[in-house]
Ligand binder design. Structure first.
Ligand code: NAP
Length: 241
């Protein structure tokens, strides 16, 4: 039972597709009520879960979630929404820097803040799972704002742990490896990059979105009550090379 999420409500950002959709479905399978948040319709995801509802949330406004957690009790927050822009660093634009930092980092911080305010106000407990990246540890290529934002997500996970662990909130992150979603479509379409990536993954395959979901359920469950400030790589062994 320590892996059960029965009786808990989870909010997943970017739940309409990819990793967010897989996490939302797994949360539902573990017994949670799931709030599927997205800038696009999450109707498909809601239809895959027995107890779920939709919430429109466009995190291009990093403060978009400010009132969400005061309006309803949420026990689990998964900050999954994220974007990526690719260009050589010498040509990288300010817009590509700001857009990525707003969604991937600033919105993550202020959504965590809004969630924690509500949990602390009701003297409750909560679990936060941030979606980081291998680029929380490595530099990547042609993705400067993405890499900076994901290093930032790892740092935020640790600073928020230091402030909130003793107050009943677990803050952890998952660093997915190379997963087959919209985010990586351009890499998979480039035969050279695709081969270079596959050759270095010990598991010998790209990850599927559902490969990330079990770790998200674990980190949201009572089984992870003493797990704080961890950035878990779920990467087919990539970082072991
Ligand atoms: P994806 O299929 O592109 O999904 C990204 C999600 O974020 C979508 O639901 C997207 O909504 C949402 N989103 C983007 N901008 C938003 C905004 N302004 N407001 C609300 N939602 C917004 O890619 P994914 O791979 O599943 O990515 C999910 C997370 O995993 C991201 O944080 C990504 O950085 C991270 N990640 C992915 C990989 C990988 O290999 N795929 C590796 C490491 C980390 P729309 O569909 O409306 O755009």
């Amino acid at each position: 039972m320590s892996f059960s999420l029965a009786g808990k409500t989870a909010l997943v950002t970017g739940a309409n597709t990819g990793i967010g959709q897989a996490i939302a479905v797994a949360m539902g399978e573990a017994g949670a009520t799931v709030i599927c948040a997205g800038r696009s319709s999450c109707a498909e995801t809601v239809g895959m879960i027995s107890d779920a509802r939709e919430l429109t949330l466009d995190l291009a406004d990093p403060m978009a979630a400010r009132d969400v957690f005061a309006a309803q009790t949420v026990d689990i927050l998964v900050n999954n929404a994220g974007i990526i822009r690719r260009n050589d660093s010498v040509d990288f634009t300010e817009a590509d820097w700001d857009d990525v930092m707003d969604v991937n980092l600033k919105a993550v911080f202020f959504t965590c803040q809004a969630f924690a305010k509500a949990v602390l106000a009701r003297k409750g407990t909560g679990k936060i799972v941030n979606i980081a990246s291998l680029l929380s540890f490595q530099g990547g290529i042609r993705v400067p704002s993405y890499t900076a934002s994901k290093h930032g997500v790892a740092g935020l996970t640790k600073i928020l742990t230091n402030e909130w662990a003793a107050k009943g909130i677990n803050v952890n992150a998952i660093a997915p490896g190379y997963i087959e979603t919209n985010n990586t479509a351009a890499l998979r379409a480039d035969p050279e990059r695709n081969k270079a990536i596959l050759d270095r993954i010990p598991a010998g395959r790209w990850g599927a979105a559902k490969d990330i979901a079990g770790t998200a359920v674990f980190l949201s469950s009572p089984a992870a009550d003493y797990v704080h400030g961890a950035v878990f790589n779920v990467d087919g062994g990539w970082l072991a090379r």
